[in-house]
Ligand binder design. Structure first.
Ligand code: ADP
Length: 395
């Protein structure tokens, strides 16, 4: 089935038009500066990229621009928008309401709206993408795929916070976790690569700009590092990961920050950027560290140390581990960080083959012969998961 996958942000919108079976991508692109002026980048495999400036006061004009270029006789890939069988939308926060993907109807939209307080930055933007598609393509079925859904199988002891229980009961405060579509895709691939055993224990390391780990038993998530929001876990590009809440009170008191300013620091100015003062991009950190920048090295050391700690924690939580998966920008591309993370874990049966680890961006088993635990590099494909879910629900 030919599916249009949409990932709408507040001022940008990514799209991918693809086949749900096999994952062939016919076209993909990005609308930027929505609400400001509007820029479209459209890519078709084997052709030159198209860049256009098109006014995009709202997400509706952005979606219209995508549909227009898709049916353009020269730059397009289809004759009519009727060839789009369905649209799959990435939605950040599904709260407690969504344990799986669902067809978008009035009830679903209401439930996504109810999750806005939990995902105040992303859910409104996701809804704008959905509403724009409904307006322009009213007859085409639409599906919502949630970043949180895969993690809804966590047991209470993993998702409950140790604060008064009434905040869970009345206000839905709990661990939700994110990158769920990625964790679902790579854990399923890993189980496949393990030979589809009846029982399996997998740790997925989604290491990108935003990063999270998940522990997956028999294909079901049992724990993950992100929390009510995506700020939690270990240090990321610009996010702090878990911090002692006392720091908030202390710094807010000292500098007179309000909570918005404080959270902006923790979301945008922390992580490896905050420690290094150099960059949030691990390539820049590698370069700076190689030139002797000690804070860049400290940021890398901190990142590796915290990922290692969670691997240990999740192996203990699951009572063992059969495979560790590396995915996303860093996990797929940085052989050095993968090696550093696995270094010294031989006592857990985790042994990497340095030669095999010399890969970038393709599926590989990089564990040493005889390693009790498999180490896999698996490029994530959230769009394919969204397309597959959409096709399955729209059959
Ligand atoms: P996002 O979370 O925005 O989807 P990605 O998964 O694309 O991010 O990851 C982007 C990050 O991957 C970059 O910020 C960079 O730190 C890292 N990265 C990409 N290539 C490399 C590389 N060769 N070595 C180290 N880090 C890399």
């Amino acid at each position: 089935m030919k599916i249009l996958v949409i990932n709408a942000g507040s001022s940008s919108l990514k799209y991918q038009f693809m086949e749900s079976e096999g994952g062939e991508v016919f076209a993909k692109g990005l609308c930027e500066r929505i609400g400001i002026d509007g820029r479209l980048t459209h890519k078709v495999p084997g052709r030159e990229d198209v860049k256009q400036e098109i006014p995009m006061p709202t997400h509706s004009e952005a979606i219209q621009a995508v549909l227009d270029i898709m049916v353009d006789p020269e730059k397009g890939v289809i004759k009519s928008t009727d060839e789009i069988a369905a649209v799959g939308h990435r939605v950040l926060h599904g709260g407690m309401a969504f344990t799986e993907s669902c067809i978008i109807d009035d009830k679903c939209i209401e439930a996504i709206k109810k999750c806005i307080p939990l995902g105040p930055l992303h859910n409104p933007a996701n809804l704008m993408g959905i509403e724009a598609c409904q307006k322009i393509m009213p007859k085409t079925p639409q599906v919502a795929v949630f970043d949180t859904a895969f993690h809804m199988t966590m047991p209470p002891k993993a998702y409950i916070y140790a604060i008064p229980y009434e905040y869970y009961e009345k206000d839905d405060v709990r661990r939700y976790g994110f990158h769920g579509t990625s964790h679902r895709y790579v854990s399923a691939r890993a189980i496949d690569m393990l030979g589809n055993p009846e029982h399996s224990k997998v740790i997925c390391c989604h290491l990108g700009n935003g990063s999270s780990l998940s522990a997956v038993v028999d294909g079901k998530c049992v724990d993950t590092t992100m929390g009510l929001g995506p700020l939690a876990g270990f240090p990321m590009g610009t996010r702090s990961g878990d911090v002692d809440a006392t720091i908030l009170e202390y710094l807010m008191g000292r500098y007179g920050y309000d909570i918005k300013e404080m959270l902006n620091i923790l979301n945008k100015k922390s992580g490896v950027l905050g420690i290094s003062g150099v960059s949030s991009d691990f390539r820049d950190l590698d370069e700076a560290a190689a030139k002797g920048n000690e804070r860049a090295q400290l940021a890398l050391d901190k990142f590796v140390y915290e990922v290692k700690k969670f691997i240990g924690a999740y192996a203990t939580a699951m009572g063992g581990v059969d495979a560790i998966v590396f995915t996303a920008g860093i996990g797929e591309n940085s052989k050095e960080l993968r090696a550093d993370i696995c270094e010294g874990l031989a006592y857990m049966g985790i042994q990497m083959d340095k030669e095999k680890n010399n890969v970038r961006g393709k599926e590989a088993d990089v564990s040493a012969d005889g390693s009790k635990v498999k180490i896999f590099v698996i490029p994530t494909n959230e769009e394919l998961m969204i397309a597959m879910d959409t096709a399955a629900l729209c059959k």
